[in-house]
Design a protein around this ligand. Structure first.
Ligand SMILES: [Zn+2]
Length: 466
């Protein structure tokens, strides 16, 4: 019985070796699909990254550049990675803007016909305040810069310019709706001030009609008056637009006490696993540590931060040694300056580092759909050869073009491919830059799937280059 068993085992083993030599070989090193399965199995059954996100959002909270919370987030990020047993954890000094919102803003429509109506507004990042007493002026509604130009100084001077171009909801990818509307927020104050406007209201960047205003950064220009600028909720924008149709001479009262303070020293936080075969070839995976001061910065970009660190944890925990070097970078100041991203690229250049790929997660912690690849034809073609390994996990969209704000400054350093992690985009602009971007809105499994997706792509690039 025993002998017969042994014999049949031997025969079976011999049969496998002769019939499928490839399979026998793979028993020494796990196949790519087996490694990817390990990433997903571990990510989906570990609560580490979710608990990290809870700490970052609930215990530290909103963390705008220059704030004490941003400083706490730097300490925390470093401590989390210090405990992971990585080859190296370090910080990179960077000077950042320090803007503060001040009191909760007041926005009020003053109509001779229907009385006063309060609407929700939020100062745009970098905006000057209105002064303690606030300001009152007539409102002129426009939808784009051409319309504003045509009105000219005569019709704009002394007024509040109200930019009310809505999101185009026919875009399937909401990032495209954002792209087509966000110029109002960034460029509104300069264009309006050139024509003598006293302030700017910008319709919030959102797909839905909501009470909550969406902040975001705006810009000034040397030699042009700096006028206060606020986001008005989409609901408020609808109300204001409707009232203006019946009562074009209505007035708007706004009060905000935001201001720009002196710059502050802050840091990017970086963790690294050295490559075993080509340590000089670097793959970055990152998100941004700062967030707007409203809400908790959960989807923007707490999830990107914990997912990036989770990629390193998965390699360590599973004992997978990458052939090339992997770095998780927690960038500082993406929201109102991009100083961290610029600093990282500057130092990489100065040290002559060779980055072959950089992946950014900054589009929310939602169900993964794929990656957007900004690279040359050969790099894109190579990622397509991995399609069959990624598709079983719902990663069907491997599209051209992508990247992310923080990794953008690396562009042009050698042949680095810039890759944007693409989660489902339908709910992102419900929360983006608002006080409802909180921990509770993040689904644990969706976020974990994102981390495993990033780890899988990082692994393939670390094995085969790009
Ligand atoms: Zn972001």
């Amino acid at each position: 019985m025993l002998l017969k068993n042994r014999l049949s085992h031997w025969l079976l083993a011999a049969a496998i070796v002769t019939a499928t030599p490839a399979l026998a070989q793979k028993q020494t090193a796990p196949s790519d699909s087996a490694v990817i399965k390990q990433f997903y199995d571990n990510a989906l059954t570990s609560t580490k990254s979710y608990e990290d996100l809870r700490y970052l959002t609930k215990n530290i909270g909103a963390r705008l550049s220059g704030s004490p919370q941003a400083a706490a987030a730097v300490e925390w990020g470093k401590q989390v990675m210090d405990k992971m047993g990585l080859d190296r954890v370090y910080v990179q000094e960077v000077m950042v803007p320090h803007w503060v919102r001040g009191d909760k803003e007041i926005g009020r429509i003053l109509s001779g016909q229907v009385g006063s109506t309060d609407v929700n507004i939020a100062a745009l990042g970098s905006s000057v305040g209105t002064g303690e007493t606030g300001l009152t002026a007539e409102v002129i509604e426009v939808h784009n810069f051409e319309e504003l130009e045509k009105l000219g100084k005569k019709k704009v001077k002394g007024k509040i310019v109200f930019f009310n171009r809505a999101f185009d909801n026919t875009h399937v990818h909401t990032m495209n709706s954002y792209r087509d509307a966000v110029d109002q927020r960034g460029g509104g104050p300069v264009a309006a001030a050139k024509l003598g406007a006293v302030a700017v209201l910008v319709r919030s960047m959102a797909n839905e009609i909501q009470e909550v205003p969406h902040t975001g950064n705006t810009r000034y220009q040397d030699g042009v008056d700096k006028i206060p600028a606020a986001a008005i909720s989409t609901k408020g924008a609808e109300i204001l637009s409707k009232q203006l149709k019946n009562d074009p001479n209505l007035k708007f009262y706004m009060r905000m006490t935001s201001e720009n303070l002196p710059e502050v020293l802050s840091y990017n936080v970086i963790g690294e696993i050295k490559g075993t075969e080509k340590p000089d070839e670097i793959i970055v995976v990152g998100g941004h540590l700062d967030s707007w001061d409203l809400g908790e910065g959960a989807h923007d970009d707490g999830t990107g931060v914990v997912q990036s660190m989770e990629v390193l944890r998965l390699f360590k925990e599973l004992g997978i040694k990458p052939k090339r070097t992997i770095r998780a970078v927690l960038f500082m100041n993406e929201e109102n300056g991009l100083r961290g991203g610029r600093k990282y690229a500057e130092e990489a250049k100065a040290k002559g580092e060779k980055h072959i790929a950089a992946i950014e997660s900054d589009a929310g912690g939602f169900t993964p759909r794929g990656f957007g690849i900004d690279g040359n034809d050969a790099q894109y073609a190579k990622t397509l050869t991995w399609k069959s390994l990624l598709a079983p996990y719902g990663l069907h969209e491997l599209t051209r073009g992508g990247g992310g704000a923080d990794i953008g400054p690396l562009k042009g350093q050698g042949t680095v491919a810039l890759i944007g992690f693409k989660p489902d985009s339908q709910r992102y602009f419900d929360y983006h830059h608002t006080d409802i971007d909180t921990f509770e809105t993040v689904n644990r499994r969706e976020m974990q799937l994102g981390a495993a997706s990033m780890a899988s792509l990082v692994y393939l690039i670390s094995q085969y280059g790009l």
